[in-house]
Design a protein around this ligand. Structure first.
Ligand code: UTP
Length: 289
């Protein structure tokens, strides 16, 4: 069984739900507490042992590439002012030579199309997909939990999480075969099922381990929901030929591609910082009057 070494990060979407914030700033660089969303995603990938990150970018996303490079003047200023802690933090986040690749999706035709754009860099090996607007808070990196599940079961892994009561119709939901425990064989998945028809309450939360055979299916995949080339449509075809398991990971997901989700992530992750917690609680008491 080949190991999972590479991760695809599709960052070419328009981020229309958080406009005008994303008019000139890529959604994936919006701040959560004191760092861009992507900073959390790369930290999670590294903690899971990912050796190579493949960004699928688009027009007006150049700042992402700049974020993962030296900012020479800034670094010199921090050095001169003796702000060595933050300097070390910035330098520590930079990629090792060759650790990141960037391919361009020239039109946002859908998540499936974005993943397909990475096919030549991924090659013939299993790989992770990390949706970079889904920030996950967990004691153990969620992608590491997914890779553990992959090492146990092989095939394809979809990370899932229970959705809030009565909201399954808003998400991509998995169907499971006789579920027991956290890791279960999947029998299907459905995007935004009509109320009352949800096959489970577990939504697909933005981390996947996929086999390279998905690329051949994506190449032929027609448009689906929303007129976009959907990853889930090709996954459904692959599910007829290969095993898929859903892992209910231990942790919480914040959908930072949505106004309320982004706000929630900011508050929750600030509360999780010991040096900020008391001040944030006081601020919230004050705001709530
Ligand atoms: P989303 O649907 O959440 O992102 O796709 P979006 O399209 O940017 O958001 P809205 O709905 O307009 O607000 C999940 C991820 O897939 C990427 C997005 O950048 C996001 O990180 N994506 C989506 C692409 O890279 N290309 C696409 O064609 C679509």
């Amino acid at each position: 069984m080949k190991p999972v070494r590479k991760a695809v990060l599709p960052v070419a979407g328009l981020g229309t739900r958080v406009l005008p914030g994303t008019k000139v700033t890529p959604k994936e660089l919006l701040n959560v507490v004191d760092r861009p969303i992507l900073s959390y995603i790369i930290a999670e990938g590294r903690a899971a042992g990912i050796e190579h990150f493949v960004f699928v970018t688009g027009r007006s996303k150049g700042a992402i590439e700049d974020y993962f490079d030296h900012q020479v003047e800034l670094e010199a200023q921090l050095q001169a002012k003796g702000k060595l802690d933050i300097l070390a933090e910035l330098l520590g986040e930079l990629p090792r030579p060759g650790e990141m690749s960037f391919v361009r999706q020239m039109a946002p035709l859908g998540l499936g199309h974005a993943v397909w754009c990475a096919r030549d860099i991924i090659g013939d090996e299993p790989f992770a997909v990390m949706l970079p607007d889904m920030v996950m808070s967990a004691a153990k990196a969620p992608l590491a939990q997914a890779i553990e599940a992959y090492n146990q079961k092989g095939g394809n892994i979809v990370v899932v999480e229970p959705c809030p009561e009565g909201q399954a119709h808003q998400y991509g939901i998995v169907a499971l075969d006789n579920p027991s425990g956290r890791l279960n064989r999947m029998t299907g998945m459905v995007e935004k099922p009509a109320k009352g028809t949800e096959p489970s309450n577990l939504f697909i939360s933005g981390r996947y381990i996929l086999q390279p055979e998905i690329f051949g299916l994506l190449a032929e995949q027609g448009k689906g929901a929303g007129g976009e080339i959907q990853l889930t449509d090709s996954m459904l075809t692959l599910l007829k030929r290969q095993d898929f398991h859903a892992l209910e990971y231990e942790g919480v997901t914040y959908d930072c591609g949505d106004k309320l989700g982004l706000l929630r992530a900011n508050i929750a992750l600030a509360l999780a910082r010991p040096e900020m917690e008391a001040d944030v609680r006081a601020m919230m008491r004050d705001l709530l009057g």
